[in-house]
Design a protein around this ligand. Structure first.
Ligand code: CA
Ligand code: CA
Length: 148
C-alpha cells in the first residue's frame, strides 16, 4: 500500500520515526509533544498528530452483524509507512494473559484514508454470544527507535 494518494504501491514509502519527529518540540519517542496524554511513539504508529490538540488515535471495538450473528470487530488506524513499528492487536478475557488476536480474529479489512493513515479491522471468529467478556489492547513494538 502506498502512503500517498496516487502513490506507487511496491515502492518504498517508509517514513521512519526520526524523520517524522524532526519538527517536534520534545521529539523523543517517550515524550508527549502536544500534551494530550499520547506518547509521540503512539501518535507516530497510529497516525494522529503530535503537534497540536486533535482527536485521540482511532481505536474502537464494536459489534458487526454477519448474516444475523453478532461478532466483535476491532478497528484502529495506522500510519502508512511507519514500518518500523509493529502494531499487534491482543485480546484477554481478564486483563491478563494477553494473546495475539490472530488466535481469535482475522484481519478483514484495510482501508486507506486521508493523511497517510489506513484503517485496519479485525473480526473475531467466534460469535459474541459465545465469547463472554473480553478486552483488547494494541501492542506497539519497535526494533528501530532508540527510547531515551
Ligand atoms: Ca501526544
Ligand atoms: Ca496528539
Amino acid at each position: 500500500m502506498s502512503r500517498e494518494l496516487n502513490g506507487s504501491p511496491g515502492r518504498s514509502d517508509w517514513i521512519g520515526y526520526a524523520a517524522w519527529a524532526a519538527g517536534l518540540i520534545g521529539l523523543g519517542a517517550e515524550e508527549d509533544a502536544d500534551g494530550d496524554g499520547n506518547l509521540n511513539f503512539v501518535e507516530y504508529a497510529l497516525g494522529s498528530r503530535a503537534d497540536g490538540a486533535d482527536p485521540r488515535p482511532f481505536v474502537r471495538a464494536e459489534t458487526e452483524w454477519v448474516e444475523g450473528v453478532a461478532f466483535v470487530r476491532l478497528s484502529f488506524d495506522r500510519r502508512i509507512g511507519a514500518d518500523d513499528v509493529v502494531v499487534t492487536p491482543q485480546w484477554s478475557d481478564a486483563l491478563g494473559n494477553w494473546v495475539n488476536s490472530t488466535v481469535f480474529c482475522d484481519r478483514v479489512e484495510v482501508v486507506a484514508g486521508a493523511d497517510g493513515v489506513s484503517r485496519e479491522s479485525h473480526r473475531c471468529r467466534v460469535p459474541a454470544a459465545q465469547q463472554g467478556k473480553g478486552f483488547f489492547r494494541l501492542k506497539l513494538t519497535s526494533g528501530f527507535i532508540a527510547l531515551p
